[in-house]
Design a protein around this ligand. Structure first.
Ligand code: ADP
Length: 471
């Protein structure tokens, strides 16, 4: 698989990107706002000062160096770096700057030109380490522009305050950034480490180590994911164990009749002058072993089909005809073993199932009850049930099943008495086929010991309305 950017890198990048964005905002927004506020307050004070000067000059008919100078003495100019007053032609009549005074020269500042055209002008900028502001207004006498007043302010103090604010913000930002990067790295490491444990467990499981579990602590989503993974692994391990056991049991069961066939055929081949009667007997035994092999393989096939859930679509099927057929088929066997086989229908029942499946359930249970019985014993099949369920019971007073074997009775190849089962042609698969079939029909099965000896098998299947499919 192509390895892209790791989770840790992605997490750190996005975390750091957010922090950087916040820091950028923190470093620009307050500065822009305070710059703007300073510009506005400067603009107002400078323009106010200019208009005070204009008012002082506005009584004059025409402007010259003397009358401007005397008028300007009345004006209190605070904090203004330079003031110029020009006549209508732009010639400077008054200049507050003493060294390199521009008196008598023409002023070509844009602000003055604009003011002479009749406009009030204000301009301000933040140049490096100082706020520079300029304001100019026309001096008007009887609707005639007779000159202009120009004020220039160079403020270092305010700029220094802003600059120190900027430095403070930058220092704080740098500290926050270092802290955030460290914290981000630690957090992402912790996070990805736990994901790593999970991924590692998955890899191990893929490689076949079903017993490995992901040890992730905590109570968050990753811990939940790990616990889900662990329960999945538990299930897989159980399934895998069952599969292994099944394969080994199946091969063992198949090996026994095959070994028998081999032994018998070798005996026939190696024994010279074997009499015809013995040969017939041996061949007959070979036939029996072959029959057993067929029965085992048939049952195995049936189980595989049940496992793979491949099944015909179930239809509403009445149980009574199935019971009647099974009883007909087993009547002879029961008579041979001197077992009384009977059935009783307490309440008719229709279930959603295949007839073949139902037959398998009834036939296997009844056949077992006959097989594991004793002479003069009985087998009783009953059908009853309530509104929602059909209940089928198969009771016998035979040899019974020991308490400790009951929980394992439905396991594949499990037999209480191997010799007896084999003698009756048993494969140890009958009850597991029954329980798998019952489960597939949506029902449940249980085996109990009957009081006074024998066993009771109870199968509950969901009842279905006759003629209509169950919803
Ligand atoms: P088998 O082919 O050996 O009969 P089953 O799966 O049908 O295999 O049954 C498993 C085992 O359960 C049997 O070998 C037998 O020991 C026991 N068993 C099943 N039904 C009965 C019963 N009605 N009474 C006593 N033992 C039973």
């Amino acid at each position: 698989m192509k390895k892209g950017l790791g989770l840790q890198a992605k997490f750190s990048i996005s975390y750091i990107a957010i922090i950087v964005a916040v820091l950028l905002l923190m470093n620009t927004y307050p500065l822009t706002v305070s710059e703007d506020l300073t510009f506005r307050s400067k603009g107002r004070t400078l323009q106010d000062s200019v208009s005070v000067m204009v008012t002082a000059l506005s009584g004059l008919e025409e402007l010259n160096e003397e009358n401007v100078a005397s008028a300007m003495t009345l004006v209190e100019e605070t904090g203004i770096s330079r003031i110029l007053v020009t006549d209508a032609a732009g010639c400077i009549l008054y200049d507050t700057r003493e060294t390199d005074s521009a008196l008598g020269r023409y002023a070509f500042y844009t602000e003055i030109v604009q003011a002479l055209r009749g406009y009030d002008v204000f301009y301000s900028e933040f140049a490096g380490s100082a706020f520079i502001s300029r304001a100019a207004s026309p001096v008007i006498y009887r609707s005639q522009t007779i000159g202009a007043v120009y004020a220039y302010e160079y403020d270092k103090e305010q700029a220094a305050i802003l600059e120190s604010l900027q430095i403070t913000l930058l220092t704080i930002s740098a500290m926050v950034l270092v802290f955030a990067v460290l914290l981000g790295m630690i957090l992402s490491r912790v996070l990805t480490h736990r994901f790593g444990i999970l991924a590692d467990a998955m890899k191990k499981m893929r490689a076949g180590s079903y017993s490995h579990r992901a040890e992730v602590g905590g109570h968050d989503e990753i811990a939940e994911l790990a616990s889900e993974f662990n329960s999945l692994a538990d299930r897989l391990q159980t399934t895998e164990d069952a599969r292994r056991r099944f394969v080994s049991d199946a091969s063992h069961e198949l090996k026994t009749p095959l070994a028998g066939i081999r032994l018998l055929s070798d005996s026939i081949l190696q024994t010279e002058n074997m009499d015809a009667g013995t040969v017939r007997e041996f061949v007959g035994d070979i036939g029996h072993e072959a029959e057993r092999l067929t029965r085992i393989t048939e049952n195995l096939l049936r189980l595989t089909r049940l496992d793979s859930e491949i099944a015909e679509k179930p239809v509403p099927t009445a149980i009574t005809p199935v019971i009647e057929r099974a009883v007909r088929m087993l009547r002879l066997v029961a008579e041979e073993r001197k077992v009384a086989l009977s059935y009783h229908i307490d309440r008719e029942g229709v279930v959603l199932a295949n007839e073949d499946d139902l037959h398998q359930i009834v036939y296997n249970l009844a056949e077992n009850a006959i097989k594991y019985n004793r002479p003069e014993g009985y087998v009783r099949i009953e059908l009853s049930g309530g509104e929602t369920e059909c209940v089928l019971t198969v009771t016998d007073n035979g040899i019974g099943i020991p308490e400790e074997d009951l929980p394992r009775i439905f396991d594949r190849f499990y037999r209480v008495d191997k010799m007896r089962s084999r003698a009756y042609g048993g494969t140890g698969l009958g009850l597991s086929i029954v329980s798998d079939t019952v489960r597939r029909c949506g029902g449940r099965i249980k085996a109990e010991r009957r009081e006074g000896g024998g066993s009771v098998f109870t199968v509950c299947l969901p009842r279905c309305e006759e003629g209509g499919e169950k919803s």
